[in-house]
Each structure stands twice: as structure tokens, then as C-alpha cells.
Write a new protein. Structure first.
Ligand code: 1HN
Length: 328
């Protein structure tokens, strides 16, 4: 190799290398940066979620700790008495790269005061009866397995007219909302926003019976019901088909038990999450998943899931492995 060739192909110490280094040093003070050194990382060759697979055991860990929160802070003082499900590879409010989930507790007679925010929220009721959410003046009673919606900017407060703890899973697109300067909240002047028991709450509540009847009406060992939010049924001893897509999931086991085999976005690393009733687990984007329902007891397992599929679809950003074009 001639010395001219060495200069032009960037051998360290060559004058071209030195010129390049001093050029790069001149950029930051002008608020400029080269794309060519980081392009691969900014637009990776496959989806690269930062979140890890994570599992929150209900009976053994989350529930006792949430009940303890009930002793140290009241719902009014807390505004919302919630334990956030924090992804171990990220910080709050990330449960996956795009989804936030938390477990909320309200005790009989308490009030979680009225507020409203731009972020849309949903709740999946894990435990309890006769708790309610008042949404935009409608008092919606909640029972185990119900999904309750809180649309953007509707006043909402929670209360509990029954006995025993009332616990639910909250799901919000909070990590995404945080990226927009339109994420904000307002407190109502009183604890409760005036409300009446709702006679027509079909747009705010999807009872579990509706989800289950849709699931059980479908033939075969695996079924999905898209509320616009999915729920899945897997027959005892059966498995779901393997899927990898660009949305991420927070799964909650409503009934049954089993395990989920996960192949991470790198296509090589595999993990397994073992779940039963009450447990919640996070599945990062582009992580292939197969659910296996346990054979024990011969009963089907039911999983509820929060995901960001509708949002990604509406933005034209949804992809499923093996599909060239977005499926609609
Ligand atoms: C919220 O308003 C509720 O209303 C629950 O119950 C969780 C997490 C972040 C921001 C707002 C609720 C929330 C939240």
C-alpha cells in the first residue's frame, strides 16, 4: 500500500484521520452532529425495544404490598393509590417502551378525587365488587373482569360502596403521551364530580361476560377477542400460534394458569414467564410469544391484554413479522 492509499483509506495517524477528528470536534459547539456515525443505531435493522420481559406475581408480591399501601396512605391523600409496574430495564412510567400499567387499590368508603387529563386510561378489574368510577357524570360500577374506559379529558373519580379491597390494573399510553407537550391534568374543585348511576354505560364498560362469550363462541383451542383491546382464550393443554409484531403488550391472567415462551427481538434469546390468576407480565415489541395453557383442572385460561396496536395502526406504524405491508 502506498502512503497515498493509506491516507485515503483512513489508516490511524494519517492526515485524513486527523482532519476527520478535528472536523468532528468542531461540530458540537455549533449544535451539529454527524448522522453517519450513529445511523445504524437510530434506524436499527429490526425493531429494538429497550424494555425487558418482566413478571409481577399477584398473590405472592403485588397484592400484599398494595394492601400495605392501604395502611400507610389513604386514597384521597395519594390522589391515586397505585403501585406502578416498572420495567426493570427502564424507569417509571415505562412498563413497556410505549405502555404504562399499575395496580390501584381503593378501600370501602374511600374517594380517589376527581381529576381529568389528556391521556386516555383503561382499567381491568382484578378483585372486588361495588367499587365505582364516575366518568363524566356517570357512575359506573365495576366487578372482577370488567374493562372500564376513561376517555381523554373526562372528569373521573373512584369510590367504593362495597366490602373488602377493590383492586384493578390501570393501562395508559403514558410513555407516548409524555413525548407530546399536550400531556397534562387538572384537579376538580371538589372531591367528587357530580354523578348519577349510569343506565347506559356500554361506551364506558365492557363486562367480562361479553368478552368471555365472544371467546367461547369461537371454535378451536385458541381465540382472541378484540374489544379494540384483546382478550385471549387458550384451551387447557393447548398453545397459541407464534406471533411477533411491533406493538408491545401488558398481559394479565384473569383465569387459569400457564406459561408464555418469549423469543426476544434479537431472534435468539428465549425467556419463559410462568403465570397464574392475577399475575401481570410485560412483552416488549417484536418479541415472539406463544402462550401455553396448563392442563391442570382441564379448564381454559383467559388472558387480558393492553397493547398499543390501535395507536400504531392509526399512525400507520404497525408491522407483523412476515407481512410485507401493514395488515388492516
Ligand atoms: C390516573 O388518572 C389514574 O384516574 C390511574 O385512576 C393511574 C397514572 C398516570 C396518570 C394518571 C386514575 C394514572 C393516572
Amino acid at each position: 500500500m502506498t502512503s497515498e492509499q493509506a491516507k485515503s483509506n483512513g489508516t490511524p495517524g494519517s492526515s485524513r484521520e486527523e482532519a476527520k477528528a478535528s472536523y468532528l470536534q468542531s461540530l458540537p459547539s455549533k449544535n451539529l452532529a454527524p448522522l453517519w456515525t450513529v445511523m445504524g443505531a437510530m434506524v436499527p435493522p429490526r425493531p429494538a425495544p429497550k424494555a425487558s420481559v418482566a413478571l409481577w406475581k399477584y398473590e405472592e408480591e403485588a397484592r400484599p404490598l398494595l394492601l400495605q399501601a392501604g395502611e400507610v396512605v389513604d386514597a384521597h391523600e395519594a390522589e391515586r393509590r397505585v403501585l406502578m409496574l416498572v420495567n426493570p430495564s427502564l424507569r417509571a412510567p415505562y412498563t413497556t417502551d410505549t405502555l404504562y400499567a399499575g395496580l390501584q387499590l381503593i378501600l370501602p368508603g374511600e374517594t380517589a378525587p376527581a381529576h381529568r387529563h389528556t391521556a386516555f386510561a383503561l382499567r381491568f378489574i382484578v378483585e372486588g365488587e361495588r367499587g365505582f368510577t364516575a366518568v363524566g357524570g356517570k357512575k359506573v360500577f365495576m366487578s372482577r373482569g370488567d374493562v372500564i374506559l376513561t376517555p381523554s379529558w373526562d372528569w373521573h373519580d373512584h369510590g367504593h360502596d362495597g366490602d373488602g379491597p377493590m383492586i384493578w390494573l390501570d393501562g395508559l399510553d403514558l410513555p407516548l403521551y409524555q413525548a407530546f407537550p399536550t400531556n397534562f391534568a387538572e384537579m376538580y374543585s371538589e372531591s367528587r364530580y357530580p354523578s348519577e348511576p349510569s343506565t347506559d354505560d356500554a361506551h364506558l364498560k365492557i363486562p367480562w361476560s361479553k368478552a368471555q362469550s365472544h371467546l367461547d363462541a369461537q371454535p378451536g383451542p385458541h381465540a382472541i377477542y378484540h374489544y379494540t383491546l384483546p382478550a385471549e382464550r387458550i384451551a387447557a393443554g393447548a398453545a397459541s400460534p407464534a406471533v411477533r409484531e411491533s406493538c408491545s403488550f401488558v398481559y394479565h391472567c384473569f383465569e387459569g394458569s400457564g406459561r408464555t415462551r418469549l423469543t426476544l427481538a434479537d431472534g435468539k434469546t428465549t425467556e419463559e414467564v410462568v403465570w397464574k390468576r392475577g399475575d401481570t407480565f410485560a412483552v416488549p415489541a417484536w418479541t415472539e410469544r406463544v402462550h401455553y395453557a396448563s392442563e391442570e383442572g382441564g379448564e381454559a385460561s383467559y388472558l387480558f391484554a393492553v397493547n398499543d396496536l390501535p395507536l400504531l395502526r392509526n399512525l400507520g406504524m404497525y408491522k407483523r413479522e412476515g407481512e410485507e405491508k401493514e395488515s388492516r
